[in-house]
Design a protein around this ligand. Structure first.
Ligand SMILES: Cc1ncc(COP(=O)(O)O)c(C=O)c1O
Length: 452
């Protein structure tokens, strides 16, 4: 172990002790949870929270929440984008209450479906919309539709992408060979059989793989956000669009996270022209809801190809999808919460957050950098902005992450447990951002002092 690693381990031990001391009630609940919750958590990735157990939430409002030990936090995780609206936004709450009293799920449409689809069409420029409950499902359905339309089997994704628990996307490229992503539980088959994988921004690799003419769909975020932020290089999206058209593959843009770029996501901000677009997480203010849209051309190709007799068992489904409650929540969230004005404020706050982190990194003399994408910002443990998912993945450091996240948590700041992402909501304030700046500065200065 290097001297730096030993010092980091010492700091980590100190922070863990402090966490346990200051969170007795969460600790007690976590102990009791072991009785009937597998590994003591209701969802297994909650084990990833730093400190040994997750804090239990008492209540959340706006950009803040209070845990069962009565400690208040500024929430920059925001449910990993599921609560990018801020917690319990008033207009959405009102709509949920009103709709719940009039029926939650019916298997019949409500008028809200017309308003929501029209609003999604206006924002993202795609004419036809369908609903699902999660972004994972929206992506699954986009893949199925693309296979159905093109009569091709494979999909293409970029290395170290994440699109939810979609089997075909759990593929990585190592030394030019496609294989299962580490941790892939019970894969139905070797993902190399279903998936081609290319590095983000690698236009030549993209063309080489598409030239096999067996790819039904390229599924990508417009900028990668799930391995740190990886921005597209100038011209990459033009090439992606041109090559997918040339080789007969459809293009799906997953805006689930990149809605952080503005009301119409990265797609509207940068004039992209996908064939399909998927989105979930924040669009209903935290109520489970997702949507996938397709172009008029895709709608025309699809028309009349789905057998009415089998439409309910064809692999695109969800009894609760398009339920009245989700649609009411989506309508209000889109019309009254994730507005143009809200995005302008949120993006300005992310700029402020980024400056604070940049200053602290410079003051501590660390070879790190910070990147922003709309109202999302993230620091990575390397000097250069990554060009590919592999470069971003290589700049990760789980031990450092654990320390920084726990240091922040112990001082009332929550970041996502996955990499170093911070997100601004319409309810986040400059004071919240400045508190992060202060805490992050202390954490890195302490690290740099100890490592010196
Ligand atoms: C880009 C992207 N797409 C889809 C998903 C899946 O969302 P969900 O887990 O809500 O289905 C995620 C989750 O992190 C995501 O980051």
């Amino acid at each position: 172990m290097s001297a730096t690693a030993i010092r980091l381990a010492e700091l980590q031990a100190r922070e863990e002790e402090r966490f346990i001391e200051t969170h007795p009630r969460s600790g007690e609940l976590a102990g009791r949870a072991a009785a009937h919750l597998f590994e003591g958590v209701p969802m297994h990735w909650m084990r990833k929270w730093p400190g040994g157990f997750p804090v239990y939430v008492q209540e959340a409002q706006g950009a803040h929440f209070v845990d069962v030990d009565r400690i208040e936090y500024v929430d920059f995780c925001l449910g990993d984008t599921g609560a990018m609206t801020g917690h319990a936004p008033e207009p959405t709450l009102r709509a949920i209450g009103e709709q719940a009293a009039r029926g939650i799920t019916l298997m019949l449409p409500t008028e809200d479906s017309l308003r929501v689809s029209a609003e999604l069409a206006r924002r993202f420029g795609l004419s036809s919309w369908q609903f699902a409950l999660t972004a994972t499902d929206a992506n699954r359905f986009a893949i199925r539709l693309a296979r159905h339309l093109t009569d091709r089997q494979k999909i293409l994704v970029f290395n170290w992408c994440y699109h939810g628990t979609v089997d075909e996307t759990f593929a990585t490229l190592r030394d030019g060979v496609v294989g299962a992503r580490p941790g892939n539980l019970g894969p139905p088959l070797d993902p190399a059989e279903t998936t081609r994988v290319v590095e983000f921004n690698d236009t030549a690799g993209l063309e080489r793989e598409l030239a096999h003419r067996d790819v039904a769909l390229v599924l990508t975020e417009p900028a990668l956000t799930n391995v740190g932020i990886v921005h597209p290089e100038p011209g990459f999206h033009d090439s992606l669009r041109e090559l997918t058209r040339r080789y007969g593959a459809l293009l799906a843009i997953d805006e689930t996270h990149t809605i952080c770029c503005g009301p119409g996501g990265y797609t509207a901000e940068h004039g992209l022209e996908p064939d399909l677009l998927t989105i979930g997480k924040p669009i209903a203010g935290g109520v489970p809801a997702a949507a996938y849209g397709f172009s008029a051309e895709v709608a025309t190709r699809l028309a009349g190809t789905i057998e009415l007799e089998d439409v309910d068992v064809g692999g695109i489904g969800g009894t609760l999808a398009a339920n009245a409650l989700s649609l009411a929540a989506m309508r209000t969230t889109l019309e009254e919460v994730l507005t143009d004005e809200a995005f302008a404020r949120m993006i300005a706050l992310a700029e402020r957050w980024t400056e604070g982190v940049e200053d602290a990194i410079a003051e501590a003399g660390l070879p790190w950098h910070v990147t922003r994408l709309g109202c999302r910002a993230e620091y990575l443990f390397g000097p250069e902005r990554p060009r590919t998912g592999s470069e971003a993945h290589a700049a990760g450091d789980p031990a450092l992450e654990r320390y920084l996240h726990l240091y922040a948590l112990n001082r009332g700041i929550l970041l996502t447990p996955f990499h170093n992402m911070a997100l601004m909501s319409p309810a986040t304030t400059e004071a919240d951002v400045d508190r992060h700046r202060e805490v992050f500065r202390e954490a890195v200065l302490e690290l740099a002092r100890r490592a010196a």
